[in-house]
Design a binder for this molecule. Structure first.
Ligand SMILES: [Zn+2]
Length: 465
């Protein structure tokens, strides 16, 4: 998944300075109200798109974008060939690099007006910029009502809700989009939780102090932050005011922290799946069985390396088609995430497809000297997540060369390091075989990347071709 750290206003500066007119605000407020009602009422039976939206998108892409016109001509495709989501199997897949190199070739010439250009943080070393039009940003806001419903159910109480957001450094894309939308619509003040924010770089003890002071109903943070923060709180036996729910975004939250929060602290956790290329992609419901997708907003396919659909439930690359944004058109775009989709109805009653487990990014891949590649998460998960990983506060795997893996471990205070290191080394050898030499490294802390995430797996460039 991609974390966005900044959003910059697009060039239509004159209009932006004046701000939207009264008539425009009235129009968008009514529109948003209608869309929000629809988004919420649809949660139990979101229809699969009939193809109308998709046809309109493909036609616009063909007629007005340089990139897709070329792609379709080369593939011998005409807009009339792509009438339903199933027809996307014929449509070529676009990688991140194409968007990175030629962002303007994805933007239809006729779509102007207010909007935002949102940039990814470049956590993959391949930052992309995606332009969103006004309607798309407000549509995204309407979808947040759908994502909020499972939380609202948990957080129902008299009086205003208090929310504490622990934020990555700098203005986040959420702040920018929020400001953009709230300039265009009226939202009653009592509709929104009372929001407090703290930078992610704040010392944990200070955050605990603030939590005890603010007594938030909801805590919102990056998944990796929630992971590190609550493991530390538990390890140090710090006393804190437990929020009634936690919402995390952007990156993965380990199962052991989930279990800790659920079984020890009795705090339900709701994940959201977002990406700079589509904004809201999925959300967790009360049943906590994967991310419900928004098939009326964004089509998701799971494909193999060659771009063919994999059978339901199998792991593959996440490929999206953004149905609502007209600022940058994205059709069959490979997101860079791995996942699997199920169409089974969820225990919560919703029938929208779910992404059942994100297995990390595509670049989280361990390569063997003989050329085999496996998801790094697949060997990290059983050792460091599934069984609660006693004695480990934080971990990071670094592939130094095709035959060398360094495991950096921050042990808990009471851990017996020599026996822990020995046990892990043996378990890793069993999983990876003898081709890869594993070195155990005890470290005091693992620094997050500049964009705020801590990476679980790093492959050093040039190590394995
Ligand atoms: Zn559900």
């Amino acid at each position: 998944m991609t974390l966005t750290l900044c959003a910059v206003p697009m060039r239509n500066a004159e209009k932006e300075e004046r701000g939207p007119s009264l008539i425009s605000r009235l129009y968008w407020t009514a529109w948003l109200w209608r869309q929000s009602r629809q988004a919420v009422s649809d949660t139990r039976s979101i229809r699969h798109p009939t193809g109308g939206q998709l046809q309109e998108l493909v036609t616009l892409a063909y007629e007005q974008t340089e990139y897709y016109r070329q792609v379709m001509q080369r593939a011998g495709l005409h807009p009339a060939d792509i009438r339903t989501p199933a027809h996307l199997a014929r449509f070529p897949i676009t990688g991140r690099q194409a968007l990175q190199e030629r962002p303007h070739a994805f933007r239809p010439k006729s779509v102007a007006g207010p909007g935002l250009v949102i940039q990814s943080s470049g956590s993959t070393g391949q930052p992309v910029a995606v332009r969103y039009d006004e309607k798309a940003l407000l549509q995204n806001m309407a979808a947040s009502r759908r994502e909020w419903k499972p939380l609202a159910h948990t957080l129902t109480k008299p009086g205003p809700l208090r929310k504490l957001s622990i934020q990555p450094p700098g203005p986040t894309r959420f702040d920018r989009i929020h400001a953009f939308c709230h300039q265009r619509v009226w939202v009653p003040a009592n509709f929104l939780p009372k929001r407090h924010t703290m930078p992610m770089s704040t010392d944990f003890a200070q955050i605990v102090e603030s939590m005890n002071h603010i007594r938030p109903d909801l805590l919102v943070a990056l998944g990796s932050f929630v992971d590190a923060f609550f493991q530390q709180i538990h390890d140090r036996q710090l006393s804190f005011h437990p929020p009634r729910a936690i919402q995390y975004f952007s990156d993965h939250l380990g199962d052991r922290t989930r279990r800790l929060l659920r079984d020890v602290y009795n705090i339900p956790v709701f994940g959201t799946y977002t990406a700079v290329e589509s904004l809201k992609l999925g959300y967790e419901c009360e049943a906590h069985q994967g991310f419900h997708l928004h098939p009326d907003l964004c089509l998701v396919r799971i494909v193999d390396k060659a771009g063919a659909d994999v059978p339901e439930g199998e792991l593959g690359d996440v490929v999206i088609t953004n149905l609502f944004n007209r600022g940058t058109l994205l059709i069959n775009y490979r997101l860079g995430d791995l996942g699997r989709v199920t169409y089974e109805p969820c225990a919560c009653g919703r029938t929208s497809p779910r992404l059942t487990r994100l297995e990390g990014r595509i670049d989280e891949v361990l390569e063997f000297p003989d050329g085999r590649r496996i998801s790094a998460f697949s060997f990290l998960y059983p050792l460091f997540e599934r069984n609660g990983a006693p004695g480990i506060r934080q971990y990071q795997a670094v592939q130094l060369a095709s035959d060398r893996l360094e495991m950096r471990i921050v042990p808990t205070q009471d851990a017996d390091w020599p026996s822990l290191a020995h046990r892990l080394k043996m378990a890793l050898r069993q999983q990876l075989g003898r081709q890869i030499h594993v070195e155990m490294q005890k470290v005091a802390h693992i620094d997050p990347e500049p964009w705020g995430k801590t990476r679980r797996f790093i492959r050093l460039p040039g190590d394995s071709g």
